[in-house]
Design a protein around this ligand. Structure first.
Ligand code: 13P
Ligand code: SF4
Length: 300
């Protein structure tokens, strides 16, 4: 009897399918994933793949973004309930209300949002390119949705740009408090502290390096330090421990876990691929506009 990993790999070949996995997923999913990385990396893979089926081991907006970029492919999400709690904080009406407060400035939309929201924003960004994207607009003022902390972080990185932010946030990253950084610094004085920009701005200010999940992993790989404190979701620490056993990685505090990211199991991936269930669809009119917002980002 073949094990589940072998069965999934066999199904992938049979159906010409590709599996994309975000680095907050349960780490055993990497055994069947073709690409593992951050949101930007995975959207690029989704746009480029020749596969007929994309199984997205991530949360809903990621699979939806893959569908927008590859409309002729079948995109499957192993567990339909795996939404992003930040993306759920803004709907189209809330976006319109927010936009009505400010006039004549571009709206930048973090990829952690629905296709409807993207369809009424000017340009998309991810955590790895947010500063570059805002800078490319040459605007003095912008609106940024839905992550208030990423938006404010971008403002600190650019001179003379005012960023008006929508009050959305990531409940997982907000569990990390400035005191956690101060305490970690005392306990591990030689360890650089690496933080994700979805963290509170006071946390980010105290960190040694700020970057997306992939950027954090790259920093740890390239550094000659032996010990690191990681201020983002636990999946990143699990992968770093597996990949660099001669280095030590400390999660900033216990249970920095995105529950929705952990919904997907190998069993769910097997079932979705086998039965081709949980297909993502997007309304054509919405898709037409939302894809412009994403493509503008990919072009920068
Ligand atoms: P990145 O993948 O850009 O690091 O973002 C993390 C995240 O919160 C995904 O939801
Ligand atoms: Fe959304 Fe936060 Fe989970 Fe990322 S970690 S998917 S932003 S809730």
């Amino acid at each position: 009897m073949k094990n589940i990993i072998e069965q999934i790999n066999e199904l992938k070949k049979e159906k010409n399918a590709v599996i994309l996995a975000h680095c907050y997923q349960n780490v055993e999913i990497d055994n069947v994933a073709d690409y593992v990385g951050d949101s930007l990396y995975l959207s690029r893979q989704a746009a480029q793949t020749d596969a007929d089926i994309i199984v997205f081991a991530g949360v809903y907006f990621m699979a939806q973004t893959a569908k927008l970029l590859s409309p002729n492919k079948k995109v499957l999400l192993p567990v339909m309930e795996s939404g992003c709690r930040m993306a759920d904080m803004i709907n189209l009406q809330q976006l319109r209300d927010f936009k009505s407060k400010y006039k004549n400035m571009p709206t930048v939309c973090y990829v952690n949002s629905t296709a409807e929201v993207k369809s009424e924003c000017d340009i998309c960004c991810t955590s790895s390119n947010a500063v570059k994207i805002v800078n490319s607009l040459n605007a003095k003022e912008i609106m940024f949705v839905p992550d208030t902390y990423l938006g404010k972080y971008v403002e600190t990185q650019l001179e003379d740009v005012t960023v008006h932010t929508y009050p959305g946030f990531c409940p997982t990253h907000l569990q990390i408090r400035p005191d956690d950084i101060i305490n970690a610094r005392k306990k591990y004085p030689n360890a650089p502290i690496l933080a994700h920009p979805e963290c509170h701005n006071e946390v980010v200010k105290l960190a040694d390096f700020v970057g997306s999940t992939t950027a954090i992993m790259k920093f740890a790989q390239e550094s000659n330090k032996k010990q690191f404190v990681i201020a983002t979701e636990k999946g990143v620490v699990d992968r770093l421990k597996r990949d660099y056993p001669d280095k030590e990685f400390i999660l900033i505090k216990e249970n920095i876990i995105c529950p929705n990211m952990k919904f997907n199991t190998l069993g769910d991936i097997y079932n979705t691929l086998k039965n081709e269930t949980n297909e993502i669809t997007v309304d054509k009119e919405i898709a037409k506009k939302a894809v412009i917002c994403i493509n503008r980002m990919l072009e920068v």
